[in-house]
Design a protein around this ligand. Structure first.
Ligand SMILES: Cc1ncc(C[n+]2csc(CCOP(=O)(O)OP(=O)(O)O)c2C)c(N)n1
Ligand SMILES: [Mg+2]
Length: 565
């Protein structure tokens, strides 16, 4: 067996069904095997960053590592942004790259001066980065890669395989590859924990992205219902880390760099926080400092340095631990809900939505279209069978603020790393992971210009997603920042008017151009009913700042990172 055979066999053993990749000389031996091995489908991406984003999103949605395959040097480094984003998003991903030979000259093809430079590039943005030195070490490395990326806090790993290692024959007769177990213990729930939860007057649940990475939003909501506890989730500018049905009577909203007033009130007025899937030691955990007077009970897949307010840490598999907690709680008489507290939160939630609604209503017939008006149409167009994928920009902030997901996992966004160019490759992976869902991507013209090398991928594979381009010929979000900070002076925010509809037509896709409310509505319905990928090019206005900037509570320290102590 050659290196390529071992890699493909190992991928099959760990259950991989898709590889997002782009070939070249340093990884050609894998492609030789993929020619005949049909149980793994290779999706040819046209830029490695898009391949990496697709693998990240596949991992986020399925809990199984997304696989990205690149050549050495430029192929691998083109993937850096995507891998870093997967790390920030705790997304399981295995990046396999070809690599320069074991003992190269300086400046070899696709290399620089150090034979281990890729290992070093990927070390700070992965859970594990390794250069495999012998063909017999490939299988153990990939098995360990699987285990590392899926255990505890999930994340990306990078395995680089020098071309001479990949192209050599294994001399050992049996290549032992077996999928490692992912079993994680159930967290221990003691009587005191139960007692505290049942006797607190205003407990709330604060949930972070590990809930989503372990696909246990349903269990989380059940826990909220058993405790009559409002749910707040960690959120980002680009969207929330966890998505539950917006109208759920216990869902208050998000806290983070921007906090929804209802969620903020819930946090401040609560007397006990049950935090679930929050990573200790990072900004996500900062709201735990507000846990007063009874402190915080914390459940996650790993421990860490906690603020003094956290007085109980339970480490275990999130789903199993929540289930065990629900079972214990149900064996006691239910706690009495604090109806005044719950009503207050829901009233603030209602009023906030109403304010956003009023602003949109005023602009319903403005031209070019207000991004919020477009976002509102989505509320009546998308449903429980849809996943909305956001990019990063002013227009998608509007969608974030206006769209009310009717279901769990109904919205996907880049997360804290916040890279533009997410929505297109993410929508490709979303449709591959959930072929039965309708997938709708909302992206700015700037975001699409960063990723549009993979528009042909939609057509080639007939991936029937909808790509809605909010085309304002601007880096709208940066224009808004400059308007506020530079007193109406602007630089580097104008974009050439690009006719994306014609570009997509030229690639062989179906396009619709829309400029009015009615045209957009008709276009959305038509596109969502199509069996082909459809791009909708919508002329939009960049002059309306997202409501979040005024209505939501801003915390600069959490938004950008630590500024002051
Ligand atoms: C890779 C990357 N580069 C730069 C930025 C900074 N940035 C954030 S939003 C934005 C403008 C986005 O423009 P567009 O996609 O057209 O959306 P709009 O704001 O116009 O709606 C920029 C440049 C970023 N987030 N990611
Ligand atoms: Mg724009």
């Amino acid at each position: 067996m050659r290196g390529g055979d071992i890699i493909v066999k190992a991928l099959m053993e760990i259950g991989s069904k898709f590889v997002f990749g782009l070939p070249g000389v340093h990884c050609l031996d894998v492609y030789r095997v993929l020619c005949s091995e049909k149980s793994i489908k290779h999706i040819l991406m046209k830029h490695e960053i898009n391949a990496g984003v697709a693998a990240d999103v596949y991992g986020r949605l399925t809990g199984e590592p997304g696989i990205v395959l690149t050549i050495a040097g430029p192929g691998a480094t083109n993937c850096v942004t995507a891998v870093a984003q997967a790390y920030a998003a705790a997304s399981p991903l295995i990046h396999i790259s070809g690599d320069i030979p074991l003992h190269p000259y300086k400046e070899p093809l696709h290399g620089v001066d150090f034979d281990d430079f890729l290992v070093r590039v990927f070390t700070p943005i992965t859970k594990w980065s390794i250069r495999v030195k012998h063909v017999d070490d490939i299988a153990p490395a990939l098995v360990r890669a699987y285990e590392t990326s899926t255990k505890g806090r999930r994340g990306p790993v990078h395995v680089s395989i020098p071309i001479d290692v990949m192209n050599s024959e294994s001399e050992s007769p049996i290549v032992d590859i077996s999928k490692p177990s992912r079993l994680c213990k159930v967290g221990e729930i003691d009587d005191e924990t139960i007692n505290r939860l049942l006797t607190a007057k205003r407990p709330i649940i604060y949930a972070g992205k590990n809930v989503s990475r372990y696909q246990c939003e349903e269990k989380l909501l059940e826990l909220c219902e058993v405790l009559h506890a409002p749910l707040i989730v960690h959120g980002r500018r680009d969207g929330n880390d966890i998505v539950v049905p917006y109208e759920h009577p216990l869902y208050a909203g998000f806290v983070g760099g921007l906090s929804h007033p209802a969620a903020f009130h819930a946090l401040k007025a609560s007397d006990l926080i049950l935090s679930v899937g929050i990573r200790l030691g990072c900004g996500e955990a900062a709201p735990l400092k507000d846990a007063k007077p009874l402190g915080c009970i914390h459940i996650d897949v790993e421990g860490g340095a906690a603020p003094a307010t956290v007085n109980k840490i339970i480490v275990g598999d999130i789903k199993e631990t929540i289930s065990a907690l629900i079972d214990r709680l149900k064996s006691f008489p239910p706690r009495e809900p604090d109806t005044i507290f719950l009503k207050e939160i829901m009233e603030i939630k209602r009023q906030t939505a109403e304010k956003i609604e009023r602003e949109i209503e005023v602009h319903k017939n403005s031209s070019p279209l207000h991004p919020g008006v477009i976002a509102k149409i989505l509320n009546s167009t998308l449903g429980e069978d849809s996943i909305l994928v956001l990019d990063c920009g002013l227009s998608t902030f509007w969608v974030r603020d206006v769209y009310k997901s009717p279901c769990i996992r109904g919205v996907l966004s880049p997360g804290g790393y916040g890279s533009m160019g997410f929505a297109l490759p993410a929508s490709i992976a979303t449709k591959i992971a959930y072929p039965e869902k309708k997938v709708f991507a909302a992206v700015g013209d700037g975001g699409l210009l960063m990723s549009y090398s993979d528009l042909p991928t939609l057509v080639e594979n007939n991936i029937n997603v909808v790509i809605a381009v909010f085309n304002d010929s601007k880096y709208g979000q940066v224009w808004q920042l400059q308007k506020k900070l530079f007193r109406d002076q602007f630089i580097a925010v104008d974009l050439q008017k690009v006719d994306f509809a014609r570009i997509f037509e030229a690639i062989g896709g179906k396009s619709i151009s829309a400029e009015t409310f009615d045209e957009v509505k008709v276009a959305f319905d038509e596109a969502l009913g199509s069996s082909r990928p459809v791009l909708i090019d919508i002329k939009t206005d960049f002059r309306y700042n997202a409501p979040g900037s005024e209505l939501f509570i801003q915390n600069q320290d959490l938004e950008i990172g630590r500024i002051t102590d």
